[in-house]
Design a protein around this ligand. Sequence first.
Ligand SMILES: C[S@@+](CC[C@H](N)C(=O)[O-])C[C@H]1O[C@@H](n2cnc3c(N)ncnc32)[C@H](O)[C@@H]1O
Length: 207
Amino acid sequence: MDGLKGLLRHVRAYVLLQRIVGADRLRYRCIEEIQPGDTVLDIGCGPAYYFPRLPQPLNYHGFDTDAPYIDWAEERFGGENASFHCGNFDEAAARSLPPIDVVLLLGLLHHLSDEQCTQLLNLAASVLGPGGRVISVDTCFEPTQGRISRWMSANDRGEYVREPAAFEKLALQSFGQVEGNVINDATHVPSSYWMMRMTEPNRLRAE
Ligand SMILES: C[S@@+](CC[C@H](N)C(=O)[O-])C[C@H]1O[C@@H](n2cnc3c(N)ncnc32)[C@H](O)[C@@H]1O
């Protein structure tokens, strides 16, 4: 398992495995929320291999701490309306952005501690423009999952795979409205994911 986790640091291997297990289909469901003309912030974008499926026109800002992922994405998808930044998404980065319609947190929160999630969700809330929403999806533990799915959750690279209620509790600290659902039919290998749609940010954007 450690070998596979190490292999996933290679961009091509990561993208290939996402397609083999069907994790790309999970991402495509999440991006259904995006409308043409939206300004999108993708935090923890990785190689953003789903970029070609995003509706156009679009203003896209991707952030990730992993330089090879960002270089790979910039080379393929970077352009006038798509920028990729290497580094933590912090206050300074948040201030540099225009009002955001959709924030994507795809496969990120289960890599972060509760404290890190709270900081990030507050920041995500702070960049939203009117009608803005945050979409997250993460591997989870949930009571209806079978043995293979539970094994997948237990062996995920993320150190903070949680139950839906724990993700929801974190989200409700930053947003007035949180809708969530378990997705367990997206991938080819049995796996359970918790997707959330967060709106009504508690922390309004400072103009
Ligand atoms: C599981 S990958 C998901 C990548 C992509 N969103 C996807 O769905 O394929 C999680 C990504 O979050 C990035 N990451 C972890 N902590 C981060 C942070 N604090 N700020 C930005 N990116 C972070 C990692 O480098 C990694 O690429």
